[in-house]
Design a protein around this ligand. Structure first.
Ligand code: EPS
Length: 390
């Protein structure tokens, strides 16, 4: 993040989650309700555990918004954990057997924790509620410039979607909202639910793959000039920072890797003075810069690491081999993670847009946005003379 910054704080079973976002322009209309809408989307998800029935995420905007508009000051938000009252002032059994796949062991080694719960409390995906709140603010900013971000699930536990490739993104987003696995194809959605039920019966967990797509992104965000300004790298880092995400690609990158160059690259055409492409296998980015086509980020989530079937581990209190003890958890969190992924993509794009446009107020940003080059042929005057390095 270069222009926009954000922080989250809060433990999974602590009193609340807090988020601060800094670097927003003044004059952006913002309501708690539009943030809550996004929080509700994140809570919907087949395969979620009992915790999701306890939480009713809603945000309090406590700073940076006056009379319904941002002032340019840091925006602060708070989401209460309803579950806090169930945990506060109780004796919780010691946790000494680290779960493979969670942060239990790595965090304990690193921070010298004497109780594994200290690591899990912050590593937990509960924190993603705060990210979605921050993402909702970024979406509001992007919407001012005609940019929308959506997502859908393309695979759960090996069950692929069977989407027609020409189905427009807007249609995919709308259909994904209609079921609780966020899969736009009803028959595949049903198969995914069945797969989740089977995993639950088998006392196991599932991962999957989802796609986040941003529409209306202008060309020219990000840069090829330095590694940390490449927008594809920034998007991958952001999506990869979501709990349990272990792989991210831009467009069908891994599929492209198995094909010939002539099959992969999106040929450039000119139509009525506008440079255009018929395909988007680059996922909306070339040289770390947006092309003006949909930005497509695909993320792979590992199966949840709290499994009802025990896994082999070690009891750190005794040094003896032991198996993991089960605590309440999700069977599959892929549908929820897709909404979190959207929030992270919205953040990176809002940051890149602010970086490109500058401006302290929305008004200034609008004026600069209107002047952005859009890839029209007459914006690209060429010298068309021999070049000489000097
Ligand atoms: C999580 C474990 C579960 C999830 C939690 C992430 O919580 P608990 O241990 O309280 O049952 O429900 O996710 C959320 C609370 C959420 O809001 O997404 C974990 O260990 O990562």
């Amino acid at each position: 993040m270069t222009t926009l910054r954000f922080l989250t704080a809060g433990e999974s079973h602590g009193p609340a989650l807090t988020a601060i976002i800094e670097g927003l322009p003044a004059g952006l209309p913002l309501t708690e309700e539009e943030i809550n809408q996004q929080l509700r989307r994140r809570q919907k998800g087949y395969g979620s555990g009992r915790r999701m029935q306890i939480e009713r995420d809603s945000v309090s905007l406590t700073a940076g918004v006056l009379n319904g508009q941002t002032t340019g000051a840091p925006v602060a938000m708070q989401i209460e954990n309803q579950d806090w009252t169930n945990w506060c002032e109780r004796d919780i059994p010691p946790m000494t057997v680290p779960r493979p796949g969670h942060a239990d062991l790595t965090a304990a080694i690193k921070y010298r924790y004497r109780e594994l719960r200290l690591g899990l409390e912050r590593a937990s995906a509960r924190e993603t509620a705060a990210r979605v709140a921050v993402g909702a603010v970024c979406r509001r900013l992007l919407a001012e410039f005609g940019v929308t971000v959506g997502s859908y699930v393309v695979q759960i536990g090996g069950v692929p979607d069977t989407l027609p490739l020409d189905l427009p993104y807007i249609e995919r987003f709308a259909r994904a909202e209609e079921n609780d696995v966020r899969c736009p194809e009803p028959a595949a959605a049903e198969a995914m639910r069945k797969r989740i039920d089977e995993a639950a019966t088998a006392k196991d967990t599932l991962g999957g793959v989802f796609e986040i797509v941003a529409l209306g992104v202008p060309p020219g965000l990000g840069s090829h000039v330095h590694w940390d300004r490449r927008l594809d790298a920034r998007l991958m880092a952001a999506a990869g920072s979501v709990q349990a995400i272990k792989g991210v690609e831009i467009g069908p990158a891994f599929q492209n890797a198995a094909q010939l160059g002539t099959e992969v690259h999106d040929e450039i055409l000119v139509e009525q003075g506008q440079l255009t492409r018929r395909t988007n296998r680059a996922g909306g980015l070339e040289g770390g810069i947006t092309t003006g086509q949909p930005v497509v980020v695909r993320a792979a989530m590992k199966p949840i690491s709290t499994t009802l079937t025990p896994l082999r581990s070690v009891d750190l209190a005794t040094g003896e081999p032991a198996t993991t003890r089960y605590e309440r958890s999700d069977i599959c969190a892929v549908p929820r993670a897709a909404v979190v992924g959207e929030a992270m993509v919205a953040l990176v794009l809002a940051d890149a847009l602010l970086e490109k446009l500058g401006g302290d107020s929305l008004e200034e940003m609008h004026a600069r946005f209107a002047a952005l080059p859009r890839g029209a042929l007459d914006e690209l005057e060429m010298d068309n003379e021999p070049w000489r390095f000097r």
